[in-house]
Ligand binder design. Structure first.
Ligand SMILES: O=P(O)(O)OC[C@@]1(O)O[C@H](CO)[C@@H](O)[C@@H]1O
Length: 402
């Protein structure tokens, strides 16, 4: 194993991908190559795009990390060059070294940036802005399972308020299993457990008393079967006066396969508004909320950066600071919040999230090695179970720091 310079007595080791058999290694060695193949199969790409995908595949399996290709000098303002300087700085330590030696968080993020480059997403040219993951996202949103989930919402108006709030929070939480990146290699994710490994839901609701005029920031994760329940939860927060204003933060470009962008919010709203009954009513209310600034869709380049939230730039920090509570969805946001490190699982979540500018709630199904804030008894039970509880997506948590 390569020496891990980031391991100081005060901080746990950074997750790397250099350990054979580790989860992080599997993602780089198996998930990323499989993803290249899926994207390739989904589009009528040109010879140049296929060749760029071949080069990327060869590099991630046998080569060393290469910088982004130089921008096209013949194009006066090459849009593909928008973040070159940034990546040159973020990658300085890792260029020329095997992919498996870079921090897992960095390597994954850079892989998605390079995949977008290979398919010419940033242009200039006809493929500019063509989301390579759109076919997978759209298929998921059209799935018959979604019709059933939407129909089930028709029982909501007659469900007692407390039960309804819990059901919607849990739907948003477990929606995080619908992560298409995860499914590239985990076709049949195991059965979800129902007990949460940590459940601070009561603190979350205490932070949002009705009628207090709160603002909630929701940092979204996956589109489709995660974003739909997120939107339904947002409607609940607004209509039941837990918040007067919600900001929904999405990715500025395709990321981790199914991560939500503005286009995905539009598609999900369309799916809701075109469904009969309660889902249609929810969709209409959400559109009204957007039109009246009670719900605002926001994005920021930092949401696709290979960095933890401790490195959040001042403008985003300032923007989020106005929220009463930030809800961070999913596994990657959790890794970025507490740091992508092999913490002692009983390290308090509140200590590791203290840097975040607002009270924060993490809603996450467990799909990577990082875990914090467990009590010893829960940890012992999980360890005794012999299951891959950290990474299989069968376990979930709601952790809140006031
Ligand atoms: O953030 P999400 O969508 O919940 O999960 C992202 C994820 O699928 O990607 C990484 C591996 O590729 C892991 O952190 C996690 O399993």
């Amino acid at each position: 194993m390569a020496e891990n310079p980031s391991h100081t007595p005060h901080e746990a080791p950074v997750v790397l991908s250099d350990q054979p058999g580790s989860f992080a290694r599997e993602v780089l060695a198996k998930r990323h190559p499989a993803l290249i193949q899926r994207v390739r199969d989904a589009f009528p790409y040109s010879r140049r795009q296929h060749s760029a995908l071949d080069t990327l595949l060869d590099e991630i399996t046998n080569g060393v990390v290469e910088p982004l290709a130089p921008s096209d000098p013949s194009a006066p303002s090459d849009p593909s060059a928008h973040d070159h300087e940034q990546w040159a700085e973020w990658g300085r330590e890792y260029f020329g070294r095997p992919w498996f030696d870079a921090p897992f968080l960095w390597a994954e993020s850079y892989f998605y940036r390079r995949l977008l480059e290979a398919v010419e997403y940033f242009g200039p040219g006809p493929w500019q802005g063509v989301d390579p993951f759109a076919p997978f996202k759209q298929a998921e949103l059209r799935a018959p399972a979604v019709d059933e989930q939407l129909q089930a919402l028709n029982t909501l108006p007659s469900t007692p308020a407390h039960e309804r709030a819990t059901a919607l929070l849990h739907a948003s939480l477990w929606g995080n299993r619908a992560d298409l990146g995860f499914r590239v290699t985990e076709e049949n994710p195991g059965t979800a457990t129902h007990d949460l490994v940590a459940d601070d839901a009561s603190t979350l609701w205490h932070l949002l008393p009705t009628g207090a005029g709160s603002t909630v920031a929701v940092v979204a994760d996956n589109s489709g079967q995660e974003l739909l329940p997120d939107l339904i939860l947002i409607d609940h927060l607004l209509t039941h006066h837990h918040a007067t204003r919600v900001t929904l933060h999405v990715k500025p470009h395709p990321y981790y396969v199914s991560d939500a962008m503005t286009a995905d919010v539009i598609d999900s709203l369309h799916r809701l508004t075109h469904a009969p009954g309660e889902p249609g009513a929810i969709g209409d209310r959400l559109r009204t909320a957007i039109a009246t600034d009670h719900l605002e869709i926001r994005t920021h380049p930092f949401f696709c950066a290979p960095l933890p939230y401790t490195d959040m730039p001042p403008d985003l920090r300032e923007e989020l600071s106005t929220a009463t509570l930030t809800i961070l969805k999913g596994d990657l946001n959790y890794r970025r919040l507490v740091g992508d490190r092999l913490w002692d699982p009983t390290t308090p979540f509140a200590d590791l999230s203290a840097h975040f500018p607002t009270p924060v709630a993490a809603l996450r199904t467990l799909k990577s090695d990082v875990i914090t804030g467990l009590d010893q008894k829960t940890l012992d039970t999980l360890e005794r179970s012999g299951s891959a509880w950290r990474t299989s997506g069968t376990h979930a948590l709601i952790q809140v720091r006031r």
